[in-house]
Design a protein around this ligand. Structure first.
Ligand code: ATP
Ligand code: MG
Length: 405
């Protein structure tokens, strides 16, 4: 019955002058995501886009649409001629496919003003036809449970019921670039997804400390990135693996226990800022969440982020853990995130980290020559693009992988 999908853009209507680029961006993304479905035909309109299915199952297309940011909603559409009898028959067929009792309404738009009936007349004719020939519907124009939309255009009529909610947000690439601090945990991939949903391109930064931490932790990051790359174009997401072991060992040795995490995170932020400058990133993005752990009290957040001069975005700052988990399940990162391997934030660290670090006390870090170590980490960072289909298996002995840049 359904032979098209009507795709409506999300917030784009708000963005008058950039609209063309935005629409283009969504169009290209849908095109890329559906490139293996050779029978479908996309056509881009000013306020919406239509996809002719030509025999392709609409479920197959919808699966791809759910990976494209910027889509407000979409509807499967059935088309017919502009002949009133054809419209009535199709309407009846569509309604008969719905088995439950429903309060029902017909709504008509007529872009061809020369059409012999007004919108209201079409609505009345179709509603009467449907009601006479079915038993499970009653009319309720104020609070309908089901609305049959009819659009009569010059060449064809379009009939559809519901609007299915799209991913929303802004198309990827419309909000600059940020550096996502990506651990193997639950939060940071969700933070990445949330910020990508606002149109920001991300490059990931992962601090790996093999062999202090198992290689499986870094593999988790690869696998999480593959999941996040479902929402990007072909190349996927660039990840910077920072060889953190030496600096990590040094600070485990030289910093007193309570401040180890705070100082470690100050180092991570310094390195990330340098990588941002080097790669054109305008901010850092983290999975921090207020009060979740000792390093995420506002005092800690302050003592950590005061070492950098670029904005730090924390999309999850006010969310409840359950809601974060719900998103991580939705984007399919959850099962990877809960694989039980330690990363540098958990390995060899004290049970009682300070919850209210004082910035003046953080100067402990000056007990060792961290500036050189920070620069060394930046210079020896290994970068790799990870796409949805990338096959990257890190070697089990250590992190001596040479990626193709
Ligand atoms: P997550 O679930 O993202 O690991 P978390 O609740 O475990 O977060 P922390 O371990 O305190 O919290 O880390 C807070 C944030 O710091 C993470 O969300 C991430 O953005 C960043 N981060 C932590 N460890 C690393 C790492 N090894 N590499 C890169 N970023 C990290
Ligand atoms: Mg963590």
């Amino acid at each position: 019955m359904y032979d098209q999908i009507l795709v409506r853009y999300g917030e784009l209507t708000l963005k008058g002058k950039n609209k063309k680029d935005f629409v283009n961006n969504i169009y290209q993304m849908i095109k890329f995501k559906t490139s293996d479905l050779s029978d479908i035909v996309l056509s881009k309109g000013h306020n919406r886009l239509s996809i002719e299915l030509n025999g392709t199952k609409f479920e197959e297309v919808i699966e791809r649409l759910d990976k494209v940011f910027g889509i407000g909603s979409y509807s499967p559409v059935a088309t017919t001629t502009t002949d009133l009898d054809d419209i009535k028959n199709l309407a009846l067929k569509l309604v008969k496919a719905i088995k439950e009792n429903k309060k029902f309404k017909v709504e008509t738009k007529r872009s061809d003003k020369r059409y012999p009936l007004t919108s209201m007349e079409i609505t009345q004719e179709v509603a009467a036809h449907v009601l006479i020939n079915t038993e499970h519907l009653s009319v309720d124009v104020k609070k309908p449970e089901l609305t049959l939309n009819i659009e009569v255009r010059e060449d064809k009529s379009y009939l559809y019921f519901n609007r299915i909610k799209g991913l929303g947000g802004l198309p990827l690439g419309s909000s600059g670039k940020g550096m996502l601090l990506l651990s193997g945990g639950i939060d940071s991939p969700v933070a990445g997804f949330q910020i990508m949903r606002r149109g920001m391109t991300v490059e990931g930064i992962h601090f790996e400390s093999t062999p202090l931490t198992p290689i499986e932790s870094a593999q988790k990051v690869v696998d999480l990135t593959k999941k996040m790359a479902q929402y990007t174009g072909k190349k996927g997401i660039k990840i910077h693996f920072v060889p953190f072991k030496n600096l990590h060992l040094e600070l485990l040795d030289k910093v007193r226990d309570a401040y180890k995490i705070t100082i470690m995170r100050r180092m991570m932020f310094r390195i990330s800022e340098k990588l941002a400058v080097k790669n054109g990133g305008l901010c850092l993005v983290t999975g921090e969440n207020l009060g979740q752990v000792a390093s995420q009290t506002i005092e800690s957040i302050n003592a950590i982020s005061c070492v950098v001069n670029i904005p730090v975005l924390r999309p999850l700052i006010s969310m409840d853990k359950n809601d974060i988990i719900t998103i991580s399940k939705k984007i399919d990162t959850y099962l990877t995130s809960i694989r039980p391997f330690e990363d540098c934030c958990t390995v060899y660290l004290p049970n009682k980290p300070v919850t209210m670090p004082r910035i003046s006390k953080c100067e402990f870090e000056e007990n060792f020559e961290f500036a050189t170590a920070v620069d060394w980490c930046v210079e020896n960072t290994q970068t790799v693009w990870i796409g949805e289909e990338s096959e990257i298996d890190l070697p089990s002995e250590g992190f001596e992988v040479k990626f193709n840049k």
